[in-house]
Design a protein. Structure first.
Length: 312
């Protein structure tokens, strides 16, 4: 596993991270523990979750279960990882009594709740999940800095903020980014570079399109994400997947290696956050970052999906 600094001022993180949106929703406690331990064995140090994870999906869990299960799985290994979580999305009636999700009272509540569920005394990267549309960002940042000063948060990040709202207060931002959707290269990545921020791509495998398990003319595997999500298996997307598969074959690679290693090589990217359902998947994701494309490889990728282009 390779490691790098997240942006210009953030912590050192593994080039592949684990996304925890399956924990407490599609994975129960044992399944979560198996994935987390496989990630640790593979050298992954960045684990990303959110306070609202766990409140949907197959397990019938509640919001907050994602943090709770991740914290339990990391017991005894907390100091070995960069623990990242997010706040600011809908959490239900108890949270609603604290008002605007970007305001000081809510942030104090959200931080303490996440610390309790995660079973830790500090959060390494605390991220504003999405703007509440009301609270001025300056007010949110001021409240977050108070908690940093108290030692409960090490670094601040954000997610789903437009490029014009990025600020030096954050060391990183999250955005949807994969080789079939390079739209963030138009404005968000230039803004990250200006502010010295790292980018944490989510959905790097395009909901599995770039995993190699979908083929033209075949039904999606039962239970897979694209078996129930519409609008992804388009002719344009499948054309590019086939082109990327040929690109990988020419280089003796898998499509997964191209998807993860290629993305990790692009400007501002700090760590590629990959979800996983099984230990085998997380091990494969970690290994895929071992491919480091050179300038010619990247130029060839640009001929398949133009920089800044959104295919799906």
């Amino acid at each position: 596993m390779r490691y790098r600094t997240l942006g210009a001022r953030g912590p050192a993180v593994s080039v592949v991270g684990v996304g925890g949106n399956n924990f407490g929703s599609r994975l129960d406690e044992e399944g979560t523990k198996a994935v987390v331990h496989a990630a640790l064995d593979a050298g992954i140090t960045l684990f990303d979750t959110a306070d609202m994870y766990g409140g949907f999906g197959e397990s019938g869990g509640a919001r907050g279960d994602g943090e709770r299960l991740l914290g339990a799985a990391l017991k005894g290994r907390r100091d070995d990882v960069v623990l990242a979580t997010k706040f600011g999305m809908e959490m239900g009636p108890e949270a609603d009594q604290y008002g605007r999700r970007g305001a000081r009272a809510y942030i104090r509540y959200a931080v303490e709740s996440s610390l309790r569920r995660l079973g830790t005394d500090r959060i390494d990267l605390y991220q504003y999940h999405e703007p509440d549309g009301v609270t001025p960002l300056e007010e949110t940042v001021a409240a977050l800095r108070e908690v940093v000063a108290e030692g409960k948060i090490r670094y601040l990040g954000c997610s789903n903020l437009p490029a014009e709202q990025l600020t030096d207060a954050f060391v990183s931002t999250q955005a949807r980014y994969h080789l079939l959707d390079r739209g963030v290269e138009n404005d968000l990545i230039p803004a990250c570079l200006r502010h010295g921020m790292g980018l944490l791509p989510y959905y790097p495998l395009a909901n599995g399109l770039l995993s190699g398990k979908y083929r033209r003319g075949q039904q999606p595997p039962p239970g897979s994400r694209l078996s129930w999500r519409e609008g992804w298996l388009t002719d344009a997307a499948l054309d590019r997947v086939e082109a990327l598969t040929a690109y990988a074959t020419e280089r003796g690679l898998t499509l997964l290696q191209v998807a993860v290693g290629g993305l990790a090589a692009l400007p501002a990217v700090g760590s590629v956050i990959c979800g996983a359902m099984t230990p085998a998947q997380v091990t494969a994701n970690a290994a895929a970052a071992g491919w480091i494309p050179d300038a010619a490889d990247l130029a060839a990728l640009d001929t398949i999906v133009t920089p800044g282009e959104r295919v799906v």
